[in-house]
Design a protein around this ligand. Structure first.
Ligand code: HEM
Length: 223
């Protein structure tokens, strides 16, 4: 019987790799964009406004932003669904007869699963905090993300949630990028070494770049 590519483990891993790389691209852009906060409220709020007017006059107000949002939602759903299906498959494939000797998922695999759950919860919190303002600590002001970000990082729990999530993100990206490179065909030892260096660099730059914002607010550099 021939199985479709989608049903195969390789197919699901490919979906995880491609959707992961799309989200990674978004994160690199988002991290650099966030650093504009160090140039003051004018620059940062203008940047947020520009995000909504990309492609005008061909695109209407916020249309490009909505295209990006839809692509991200599809990527998140595809990534999470494949991860869930792969881990169900992994659990089913485990020998249950010899309880004491059964193989447990590796440390890296378990870290990826927990990291994924933490990041999923973080994304929901983050959107409710800085996009809709539903759980925002101060008086949320639409169109004034600079002040909203300062409000968020003026609370201890805001800093704790974001910093813990960014550390989880670093670990997730480090191992995830490496896994994606394996799935999409790394191969030679030299190439493997290069991919490992890129994975580590991406993890460090993303984590440090994102954490710079709460640290900036906490130290009074961003106020
Ligand atoms: C310290 C770290 C971060 C800060 C300060 C930050 C800041 C922001 C701000 C201000 C917005 C609203 C932008 C606007 O309305 O113009 C936003 C939106 C968003 N951020 Fe972040 N972000 C951070 C980390 C992250 C991370 C790690 C992720 C993903 C794992 C992420 C994903 C998103 C998403 C999906 C949106 C919604 C975009 C939209 O639909 O409008 N952010 N972020």
């Amino acid at each position: 019987m021939t199985r479709t590519l989608w049903d195969s483990s390789v197919g699901k891993k490919t979906v995880m790799a491609v959707s992961g790389l799309i989200m990674l691209l978004y994160l690199v852009v988002h991290m650099f964009g966030n650093l504009k906060i160090f140039f003051g409220p004018g620059t940062f709020n203008d940047y947020a406004h520009w995000l909504r007017t990309i492609g005008e006059p061909f695109m209407h107000y916020e249309w490009t932003l909505w295209v990006i949002r839809v692509v991200l939602v599809v990527a998140v759903v595809a990534h999470a669904t494949s991860a869930y299906q792969l881990s169900r498959r992994d659990i089913r494939a485990r020998p249950t007869k010899y309880v004491h000797t059964r193989a447990r998922a590796s440390y890296a695999t378990r870290t990826m699963r927990w990291g994924g759950v933490i990041l999923g919860l973080f994304i929901v919190w983050h959107i409710l905090d800085l996009t809709t303002g539903t759980v925002h600590s101060g008086g949320f002001q639409e169109g004034h993300p600079y002040q909203n970000v300062v409000d968020t990082f003026s609370t201890w729990y805001g800093n704790a949630i974001y910093i813990i999530a960014m550390l989880a993100l670093g670990l997730h990206v480090q191992h995830g990028f490496w896994s994606a490179a394996q799935t999409l065909g790394a191969g030679s030892r030299t190439r493997d070494r290069i991919f490992k260096i890129i994975a580590n660099a991406l993890a460090v730059v993303l984590t440090a770049g994102f954490i710079a914002v709460p640290v900036g607010v906490m130290t009074g550099l961003v106020a």
